[in-house]
Design a protein around this ligand. Structure first.
Ligand SMILES: Nc1ncnc2c1ncn2[C@@H]1O[C@H](COP(=O)(O)OP(=O)(O)OP(=O)(O)O)[C@@H](O)[C@H]1O
Length: 323
Protein backbone atom coordinates (compact mmCIF):
# COMPACT_ATOMS: atom_id res chain seq x y z
CA UNK A 1 0.00 0.00 0.00
CA UNK A 2 2.84 2.31 0.90
CA UNK A 3 3.89 2.01 -2.73
CA UNK A 4 0.78 3.81 -3.93
CA UNK A 5 0.86 6.74 -1.53
CA UNK A 6 2.49 9.97 -2.59
CA UNK A 7 5.05 11.59 -0.30
CA UNK A 8 3.74 14.42 1.89
CA UNK A 9 4.07 17.91 0.34
CA UNK A 10 6.67 19.15 2.82
CA UNK A 11 8.80 16.09 2.16
CA UNK A 12 9.13 16.93 -1.51
CA UNK A 13 11.39 19.85 -2.17
CA UNK A 14 12.33 18.53 -5.54
CA UNK A 15 9.22 18.01 -7.60
CA UNK A 16 10.96 16.41 -10.57
CA UNK A 17 14.30 14.65 -10.37
CA UNK A 18 15.85 12.55 -13.12
CA UNK A 19 19.14 10.70 -13.06
CA UNK A 20 20.90 9.67 -16.26
CA UNK A 21 17.48 9.52 -17.91
CA UNK A 22 17.89 8.17 -21.43
CA UNK A 23 15.55 7.34 -24.27
CA UNK A 24 16.55 5.62 -27.45
CA UNK A 25 13.66 5.04 -29.82
CA UNK A 26 13.29 1.76 -31.63
CA UNK A 27 14.63 3.24 -34.84
CA UNK A 28 17.87 3.95 -32.98
CA UNK A 29 17.30 7.70 -32.46
CA UNK A 30 18.87 8.80 -29.16
CA UNK A 31 16.26 11.40 -28.17
CA UNK A 32 17.29 11.97 -24.53
CA UNK A 33 20.83 11.29 -23.42
CA UNK A 34 21.78 10.95 -19.72
CA UNK A 35 19.53 13.72 -18.41
CA UNK A 36 19.90 14.91 -14.78
CA UNK A 37 17.04 17.31 -14.18
CA UNK A 38 16.19 18.94 -10.83
CA UNK A 39 12.98 20.94 -10.58
CA UNK A 40 12.55 22.65 -7.20
CA UNK A 41 9.11 22.93 -5.58
CA UNK A 42 7.41 26.26 -6.21
CA UNK A 43 9.45 27.09 -9.29
CA UNK A 44 8.21 28.06 -12.72
CA UNK A 45 10.62 25.85 -14.56
CA UNK A 46 11.33 26.45 -18.23
CA UNK A 47 12.44 23.46 -20.26
CA UNK A 48 14.12 25.10 -23.18
CA UNK A 49 15.51 23.75 -26.39
CA UNK A 50 15.18 23.91 -30.15
CA UNK A 51 12.75 21.59 -31.94
CA UNK A 52 13.89 18.00 -31.76
CA UNK A 53 16.11 18.51 -28.68
CA UNK A 54 14.18 15.93 -26.65
CA UNK A 55 11.71 18.00 -24.64
CA UNK A 56 8.54 16.14 -25.53
CA UNK A 57 10.25 12.78 -25.12
CA UNK A 58 11.36 13.82 -21.61
CA UNK A 59 7.87 15.02 -20.69
CA UNK A 60 6.35 11.77 -21.93
CA UNK A 61 8.76 9.81 -19.71
CA UNK A 62 7.96 12.06 -16.74
CA UNK A 63 4.24 11.45 -17.22
CA UNK A 64 4.72 7.69 -17.44
CA UNK A 65 3.55 7.62 -21.06
CA UNK A 66 6.71 5.95 -22.32
CA UNK A 67 9.43 3.88 -20.62
CA UNK A 68 12.96 5.20 -20.40
CA UNK A 69 15.64 3.07 -22.02
CA UNK A 70 17.76 3.62 -18.90
CA UNK A 71 18.09 5.97 -15.94
CA UNK A 72 15.41 7.04 -13.46
CA UNK A 73 12.73 9.70 -13.12
CA UNK A 74 10.98 10.75 -9.90
CA UNK A 75 7.94 12.97 -9.91
CA UNK A 76 6.54 14.24 -6.58
CA UNK A 77 9.06 11.97 -4.91
CA UNK A 78 7.82 8.79 -6.62
CA UNK A 79 9.45 6.69 -9.33
CA UNK A 80 7.95 6.89 -12.81
CA UNK A 81 6.47 5.08 -14.60
CA UNK A 82 6.00 2.68 -11.62
CA UNK A 83 3.97 5.17 -9.53
CA UNK A 84 2.07 6.70 -12.45
CA UNK A 85 -1.35 5.93 -10.98
CA UNK A 86 -0.51 7.56 -7.64
CA UNK A 87 1.26 10.58 -9.12
CA UNK A 88 -0.86 11.61 -12.10
CA UNK A 89 -3.95 12.70 -10.10
CA UNK A 90 -1.78 15.42 -8.56
CA UNK A 91 -0.39 16.58 -11.89
CA UNK A 92 -2.26 18.78 -14.35
CA UNK A 93 -0.92 18.25 -17.84
CA UNK A 94 -1.37 20.05 -21.13
CA UNK A 95 0.48 18.04 -23.74
CA UNK A 96 0.18 18.41 -27.50
CA UNK A 97 -2.99 20.51 -27.31
CA UNK A 98 -6.13 19.64 -25.37
CA UNK A 99 -8.53 17.00 -26.69
CA UNK A 100 -11.83 18.86 -27.05
CA UNK A 101 -15.26 18.13 -28.43
CA UNK A 102 -15.88 20.92 -30.91
CA UNK A 103 -19.64 20.47 -30.89
CA UNK A 104 -19.82 20.97 -27.12
CA UNK A 105 -19.57 24.28 -25.33
CA UNK A 106 -16.48 25.06 -23.28
CA UNK A 107 -18.48 24.46 -20.12
CA UNK A 108 -19.89 21.14 -21.33
CA UNK A 109 -16.41 19.99 -22.32
CA UNK A 110 -15.26 20.58 -18.76
CA UNK A 111 -18.36 18.92 -17.26
CA UNK A 112 -17.62 15.86 -19.37
CA UNK A 113 -13.97 15.90 -18.46
CA UNK A 114 -14.78 16.16 -14.77
CA UNK A 115 -17.33 13.33 -15.05
CA UNK A 116 -14.59 11.08 -16.45
CA UNK A 117 -12.67 11.45 -13.17
CA UNK A 118 -13.89 8.73 -10.80
CA UNK A 119 -12.62 10.66 -7.77
CA UNK A 120 -14.58 13.83 -8.65
CA UNK A 121 -17.74 14.35 -6.58
CA UNK A 122 -20.69 14.89 -8.98
CA UNK A 123 -22.52 17.10 -6.47
CA UNK A 124 -19.80 19.75 -6.63
CA UNK A 125 -19.12 19.35 -10.35
CA UNK A 126 -20.80 22.54 -11.58
CA UNK A 127 -19.05 24.66 -8.97
CA UNK A 128 -15.69 23.09 -9.85
CA UNK A 129 -16.21 23.77 -13.54
CA UNK A 130 -17.36 27.34 -12.90
CA UNK A 131 -14.30 28.06 -10.80
CA UNK A 132 -11.92 26.55 -13.38
CA UNK A 133 -13.54 28.62 -16.14
CA UNK A 134 -13.17 31.68 -13.97
CA UNK A 135 -9.48 31.03 -13.31
CA UNK A 136 -8.66 30.96 -17.00
CA UNK A 137 -10.94 33.88 -17.88
CA UNK A 138 -13.44 31.89 -19.95
CA UNK A 139 -16.61 32.53 -17.94
CA UNK A 140 -18.10 34.85 -20.55
CA UNK A 141 -17.35 32.43 -23.41
CA UNK A 142 -18.31 29.28 -21.49
CA UNK A 143 -21.54 28.76 -23.47
CA UNK A 144 -19.87 28.97 -26.90
CA UNK A 145 -19.10 25.82 -28.86
CA UNK A 146 -15.42 24.88 -28.49
CA UNK A 147 -14.96 24.76 -32.26
CA UNK A 148 -15.69 28.50 -32.32
CA UNK A 149 -12.86 29.15 -29.84
CA UNK A 150 -9.60 30.72 -30.93
CA UNK A 151 -6.45 28.64 -30.44
CA UNK A 152 -5.67 30.69 -27.32
CA UNK A 153 -9.11 30.02 -25.89
CA UNK A 154 -8.69 26.32 -26.60
CA UNK A 155 -5.40 26.35 -24.74
CA UNK A 156 -7.08 28.12 -21.84
CA UNK A 157 -9.87 25.55 -21.83
CA UNK A 158 -7.22 22.82 -21.73
CA UNK A 159 -5.64 24.59 -18.76
CA UNK A 160 -9.05 24.81 -17.07
CA UNK A 161 -9.38 21.03 -17.48
CA UNK A 162 -5.99 20.60 -15.84
CA UNK A 163 -7.15 22.83 -12.98
CA UNK A 164 -10.40 21.04 -12.09
CA UNK A 165 -8.58 19.31 -9.26
CA UNK A 166 -6.01 20.92 -6.95
CA UNK A 167 -2.59 20.22 -8.46
CA UNK A 168 0.89 20.25 -7.04
CA UNK A 169 2.47 20.27 -10.46
CA UNK A 170 1.42 21.58 -13.85
CA UNK A 171 3.21 20.25 -16.92
CA UNK A 172 2.68 22.33 -20.04
CA UNK A 173 4.25 21.29 -23.33
CA UNK A 174 4.79 24.36 -25.52
CA UNK A 175 1.68 26.11 -24.12
CA UNK A 176 1.99 29.15 -26.38
CA UNK A 177 2.85 27.29 -29.57
CA UNK A 178 0.85 28.61 -32.52
CA UNK A 179 -0.68 31.51 -30.57
CA UNK A 180 -0.63 35.11 -31.74
CA UNK A 181 1.21 37.65 -29.53
CA UNK A 182 -1.96 38.54 -27.63
CA UNK A 183 -2.75 34.86 -27.00
CA UNK A 184 0.85 34.33 -25.85
CA UNK A 185 0.59 37.21 -23.39
CA UNK A 186 -2.63 35.80 -21.97
CA UNK A 187 -1.20 32.33 -21.42
CA UNK A 188 1.98 33.76 -19.91
CA UNK A 189 0.14 35.89 -17.41
CA UNK A 190 -2.07 32.94 -16.58
CA UNK A 191 1.01 30.80 -15.90
CA UNK A 192 2.40 33.50 -13.59
CA UNK A 193 -0.89 33.62 -11.75
CA UNK A 194 -1.08 29.85 -11.36
CA UNK A 195 2.44 29.81 -10.01
CA UNK A 196 1.75 32.58 -7.51
CA UNK A 197 -0.27 30.22 -5.32
CA UNK A 198 2.69 27.87 -4.99
CA UNK A 199 1.92 25.36 -7.74
CA UNK A 200 5.10 24.21 -9.45
CA UNK A 201 4.87 24.79 -13.19
CA UNK A 202 7.06 22.91 -15.63
CA UNK A 203 6.74 24.27 -19.14
CA UNK A 204 8.60 23.52 -22.30
CA UNK A 205 9.35 26.13 -24.90
CA UNK A 206 11.63 26.83 -27.82
CA UNK A 207 11.32 30.57 -27.12
CA UNK A 208 14.11 32.10 -25.09
CA UNK A 209 12.30 35.33 -24.30
CA UNK A 210 9.29 33.39 -23.10
CA UNK A 211 11.45 31.58 -20.56
CA UNK A 212 13.02 34.86 -19.46
CA UNK A 213 9.61 36.46 -19.02
CA UNK A 214 7.82 33.77 -17.02
CA UNK A 215 10.30 31.35 -15.51
CA UNK A 216 12.25 31.42 -12.26
CA UNK A 217 14.36 28.42 -13.27
CA UNK A 218 15.33 26.85 -16.55
CA UNK A 219 17.08 23.90 -18.12
CA UNK A 220 18.56 24.18 -21.58
CA UNK A 221 18.57 21.16 -23.88
CA UNK A 222 20.34 20.58 -27.16
CA UNK A 223 20.37 17.31 -29.08
CA UNK A 224 19.01 15.28 -26.19
CA UNK A 225 21.57 16.54 -23.70
CA UNK A 226 21.30 18.97 -20.81
CA UNK A 227 23.51 21.98 -21.38
CA UNK A 228 22.77 23.84 -18.17
CA UNK A 229 20.08 24.34 -15.54
CA UNK A 230 19.47 26.70 -12.66
CA UNK A 231 17.98 30.05 -11.68
CA UNK A 232 17.20 32.06 -14.83
CA UNK A 233 18.89 35.22 -13.58
CA UNK A 234 22.05 33.24 -12.73
CA UNK A 235 22.11 31.54 -16.12
CA UNK A 236 21.95 34.90 -17.86
CA UNK A 237 24.53 36.38 -15.50
CA UNK A 238 26.89 33.55 -16.48
CA UNK A 239 27.20 35.20 -19.86
CA UNK A 240 29.11 38.46 -19.80
CA UNK A 241 26.96 40.81 -21.80
CA UNK A 242 28.35 43.22 -24.40
CA UNK A 243 29.94 46.62 -24.39
CA UNK A 244 27.84 48.71 -26.75
CA UNK A 245 29.11 52.00 -28.22
CA UNK A 246 26.70 54.04 -30.32
CA UNK A 247 28.63 56.31 -32.66
CA UNK A 248 28.64 57.65 -36.24
CA UNK A 249 32.39 56.85 -36.29
CA UNK A 250 32.43 53.04 -35.93
CA UNK A 251 35.74 52.55 -37.73
CA UNK A 252 37.62 54.91 -35.42
CA UNK A 253 35.83 53.57 -32.38
CA UNK A 254 36.79 49.99 -33.29
CA UNK A 255 40.44 51.01 -33.79
CA UNK A 256 40.62 52.79 -30.43
CA UNK A 257 38.99 49.91 -28.56
CA UNK A 258 41.40 47.42 -30.13
CA UNK A 259 44.35 49.65 -29.20
CA UNK A 260 43.05 49.57 -25.64
CA UNK A 261 43.18 45.78 -25.70
CA UNK A 262 39.46 45.18 -25.89
CA UNK A 263 38.49 41.79 -27.35
CA UNK A 264 35.92 40.71 -29.94
CA UNK A 265 35.30 44.17 -31.42
CA UNK A 266 32.46 44.06 -33.94
CA UNK A 267 31.29 46.96 -36.12
CA UNK A 268 27.49 47.21 -36.30
CA UNK A 269 25.03 49.50 -38.10
CA UNK A 270 24.88 51.91 -35.20
CA UNK A 271 28.41 51.66 -33.83
CA UNK A 272 30.56 49.00 -32.23
CA UNK A 273 30.07 46.17 -29.78
CA UNK A 274 32.80 44.34 -27.90
CA UNK A 275 33.68 42.24 -24.89
CA UNK A 276 33.08 44.30 -21.77
CA UNK A 277 36.08 45.00 -19.50
CA UNK A 278 36.16 43.28 -16.10
CA UNK A 279 36.03 46.42 -13.99
CA UNK A 280 33.94 49.58 -14.04
CA UNK A 281 37.04 51.77 -13.77
CA UNK A 282 38.29 50.39 -17.08
CA UNK A 283 34.91 51.18 -18.57
CA UNK A 284 35.33 54.86 -17.72
CA UNK A 285 38.87 54.79 -19.14
CA UNK A 286 37.65 53.29 -22.41
CA UNK A 287 35.02 55.97 -22.74
CA UNK A 288 37.64 58.66 -22.08
CA UNK A 289 40.00 57.11 -24.67
CA UNK A 290 37.27 57.20 -27.32
CA UNK A 291 36.43 60.82 -26.62
CA UNK A 292 40.10 61.84 -26.54
CA UNK A 293 40.58 60.21 -29.96
CA UNK A 294 37.77 62.37 -31.33
CA UNK A 295 35.17 59.60 -31.61
CA UNK A 296 31.66 61.06 -31.35
CA UNK A 297 30.17 58.85 -28.62
CA UNK A 298 26.38 58.98 -28.54
CA UNK A 299 25.86 56.00 -26.29
CA UNK A 300 28.18 53.92 -24.14
CA UNK A 301 27.39 51.08 -21.76
CA UNK A 302 27.26 47.37 -21.05
CA UNK A 303 24.11 45.59 -22.12
CA UNK A 304 22.88 42.99 -19.71
CA UNK A 305 23.38 39.45 -20.96
CA UNK A 306 20.27 37.59 -21.94
CA UNK A 307 19.57 33.92 -21.71
CA UNK A 308 20.24 33.91 -25.43
CA UNK A 309 23.77 35.17 -24.83
CA UNK A 310 24.21 32.45 -22.24
CA UNK A 311 22.97 29.86 -24.68
CA UNK A 312 25.35 31.11 -27.36
CA UNK A 313 28.24 31.11 -24.93
CA UNK A 314 27.44 27.56 -23.82
CA UNK A 315 26.84 25.96 -27.18
CA UNK A 316 28.83 28.21 -29.49
CA UNK A 317 25.91 28.06 -31.89
CA UNK A 318 22.73 29.96 -32.60
CA UNK A 319 19.46 29.11 -31.00
CA UNK A 320 17.79 27.61 -34.03
CA UNK A 321 14.13 28.45 -33.73
CA UNK A 322 12.33 26.29 -36.24
CA UNK A 323 8.79 26.66 -34.94
N1 LIG B 1 8.20 8.06 -31.58
C1 LIG B 1 9.43 8.37 -32.04
N2 LIG B 1 10.16 7.46 -32.72
C2 LIG B 1 11.39 7.76 -33.18
N3 LIG B 1 12.00 8.96 -33.00
C3 LIG B 1 11.32 9.90 -32.35
C4 LIG B 1 10.00 9.68 -31.82
N4 LIG B 1 9.58 10.81 -31.19
C5 LIG B 1 10.59 11.70 -31.33
N5 LIG B 1 11.62 11.17 -32.00
C6 LIG B 1 12.92 11.84 -32.31
O1 LIG B 1 13.56 12.12 -31.08
C7 LIG B 1 14.19 13.41 -31.10
C8 LIG B 1 13.62 14.29 -29.99
O2 LIG B 1 12.26 14.59 -30.27
P1 LIG B 1 11.30 15.37 -29.26
O3 LIG B 1 9.94 15.39 -29.87
O4 LIG B 1 11.44 14.79 -27.91
O5 LIG B 1 11.95 16.80 -29.28
P2 LIG B 1 11.33 18.20 -28.83
O6 LIG B 1 12.43 18.94 -28.21
O7 LIG B 1 10.10 17.96 -28.04
O8 LIG B 1 10.97 18.85 -30.21
P3 LIG B 1 9.59 19.48 -30.69
O9 LIG B 1 9.52 20.82 -30.05
O10 LIG B 1 9.77 19.53 -32.17
O11 LIG B 1 8.52 18.50 -30.26
C9 LIG B 1 13.94 13.95 -32.48
O12 LIG B 1 15.08 13.67 -33.28
C10 LIG B 1 12.76 13.17 -32.99
O13 LIG B 1 12.78 13.05 -34.38
Amino acid sequence: MEELSVAEPDMVETVIATRALTKRYRGGQLAVDGLDLTVPAGSVFGFLGPNGSGKTTTIRMLMGLIEPTSGTARVLGRPMPRATRAVLPQVGALIEGPALYGFLSGRDNLLRYDAADPTADPRTRRARVASALDRVGLTAAAGKKAKAYSLGMKQRLGLAAALLQPRRLLVLDEPTNGLDPQGMREIRSLVRELASDGTTVFLSSHLLDEIEQVCTHAAVMAQGRLITQGVVADLAAGARGRLVVTTPDPGDAARVLKEQGVGDVVVTETGVTAEPPDRDRELAELNAALVTAGVRVRGFGVERASLEDAFLALTGEGFDVAG
